[in-house]
Design a protein around this ligand. Structure first.
Ligand code: C2E
Ligand code: MG
Ligand code: MG
Ligand code: MG
Length: 281
């Protein structure tokens, strides 16, 4: 049945579309098996507080270790996972795995670390999302305050009134909520005001040229000011240079994430990184 969704997208039969379809069908069936074959893994990217210079969180980022293709980026298979509905079991696996890892790091003495997990619109629209989250927390033993769910504006705006309800339910469990890629989707400020979220993540596209492009600097400052006045935290994504880091610090951004500090790391590398950087505290 999931295959039907893939096929529905192609209304006209041509040889070239046919080969696209069969390629996608092949990818879809490989992706379905990837979960059982343990080909999906999570990498973790540190998030740093600009106040303390300490690592305050990590974002879990999905990777597919494909037997022939090597490491496949989520940008190449998340859309397919969404169309086929596979994002639901995959997303649940991500949530559980990330919570388990968060608890493991806590038990190693890395305390107060937030584990950020990306949710797709499909998952957010599920009726049992809060239950799935509840089970991931209970089964792992991770403190709910240590889990942060990342949503996009578009996912939240599909059915905004329902989003508010789901967000309130998650907030009542103690989970943190963050708006990912802020500024790239539909921004309805009336809803943003009503969404019980904790943080905005400034999209990387505004951060990239922030030291050279006055418009990008203006946007970054405006998002930081907006977050301030709504009493939200604000994190800049994709900080790669000292210059970008300094701009964010000077303008009162709370946190940064990006290659300047670290690329997303395989679990063992991240463990080493976390232990090294939290030793002194
Ligand atoms: P995102 O949530 O906005 O994640 C940040 C992306 O920016 C990651 O790409 C990360 O590797 C990349 N990045 C971080 N710092 C830098 C930097 O300094 N420079 C540059 N050029 N890039 C940087 P990645 O891992 O390829 O993930 C891409 C997107 O795929 C994510 O964007 C997210 O939307 C989605 N994604 C990843 N994992 C999951 C998942 O478990 N579930 C869902 N639903 N989506 C996921
Ligand atoms: Mg994200
Ligand atoms: Mg993002
Ligand atoms: Mg994204």
């Amino acid at each position: 049945r999931a295959m039907d969704n893939v096929l529905e997208r192609f209304q006209f039969y041509t040889p070239s579309l046919n080969s696209q379809v069969s390629h996608r069908l092949q990818m879809a069936s490989q992706l379905r098996q990837a979960v059982q074959k343990h080909e999906l893994i999570l990498h973790y990217q540190p998030q740093v507080s600009l106040d303390s210079g300490k690592i305050v969180g990590v974002e879990a980022l999905l990777r597919w270790q494909h037997p022939e293709k090597g490491m496949v980026s989520p940008l190449q298979f998340i859309p397919l996972a969404e169309e086929t509905g596979l994002i639901v079991p995959i997303g649940e696996w991500v949530l559980r795995t990330a919570c388990e890892q968060g608890k493991r790091w806590h038990d190693m003495g890395v305390h107060g670390l937030t584990m950020a997990v990306n949710l797709s619109a499909k998952q957010f629209a599920l009726n049992n999302l809060a239950t799935v989250v509840r089970h991931a927390l209970d089964d792992s033993g991770l403190d709910s305050h240590c889990l942060e769910l990342e949503l996009t504006e578009s996912a939240s705006m599909e059915t905004p009134e329902k989003s508010i309800e789901v967000m309130q339910l998650l907030k009542s469990m103690g989970v943190r909520l963050s708006i990912d890629d802020f500024g790239t989707g539909y921004s309805n400020l009336n809803y943003l005001k009503r969404f019980p979220v904790d943080q905005l993540k400034i999209d990387r596209s505004f951060v990239q040229d922030v030291t050279s492009d006055a418009d990008d600097l203006a946007i970054a400052r405006a998002v930081i000011a907006l977050a301030r006045s709504l009493h939200l935290e604000v994190l800049a994504e994709g900080v790669e240079t000292l210059g970008q880091y300094n701009v964010m610090k000077e303008n009162g951004c709370d946190k940064v994430q990006g290659y300047y500090f670290s690329k997303p790391l395989a679990v063992d590398d991240c463990t080493r990184f976390l232990l090294e950087h939290t030793k002194a505290s």
